[in-house]
Design a protein around this ligand. Sequence first.
Ligand code: 4HQ
Length: 225
Amino acid sequence: MRIDVLTIFPAMFAGVCAEGILRIAREKRLLDVRVHDLRDWTHDAHRSVDDRPFGGGPGMVMKPEPVFEAVAAVEEEPPAPQRILLCPQGETFTQETAGELARAERLLLIAGHYEGFDERIRIGLACREISIGDYVLTGGEIPAMALIDTVVRLLPGVLGKEASLAEESFADPGAPGLEYPHYTRPREFRGMAVPDVLLSGNHAEIRRWREEQSRLRTELRRKAP
Ligand code: 4HQ
């Protein structure tokens, strides 16, 4: 998958793309991330990407021209990407959204700043608008990284065989549950013991216990009134 990103802070993506699963995915050539500085498509001495809002009011608005020019430049090379604008007004990003996007050959993510985008950007570029949740960040970069991270781990070949199989059951939209409690050595730590069932060697019983814990947690933490 190829992912292009338009941002005024390209350096923010360096660390995220250079470590962990994203690094592995890039090394395996399963992921090609290209981060572009929006200011490369400005023409004034100050390299302005924002301007004052018509009608007055506080804050600044992302100008349409650099975004349109950047999109045209990045899309010169086929195939045409699915365009995504990260903004609080978008549909809420879920695991299901991630699964859908993981099937795309190419994505173009646009990270905004200031009070938001000039409305012509939404209208003229027909972007899918996505929010990572109902809280306000200073920019769309962290939402873009969250989306990239979530989508890339779903690409075939990125995770090991075991993790991919586990993914299938969790990705099942019918039965998404929270993880059961995990334990490793030592068997007792600061007075807290590992549940006996996990040491029993009875795999049927262990599976039942984990399913039960998963169900209880989901009910308690996700379906509370
Ligand atoms: N912002 N999900 C404001 C977000 C956000 C979110 C990005 C802050 C866009 C203009 N983006 N800028 N939540 O809070 O995606």
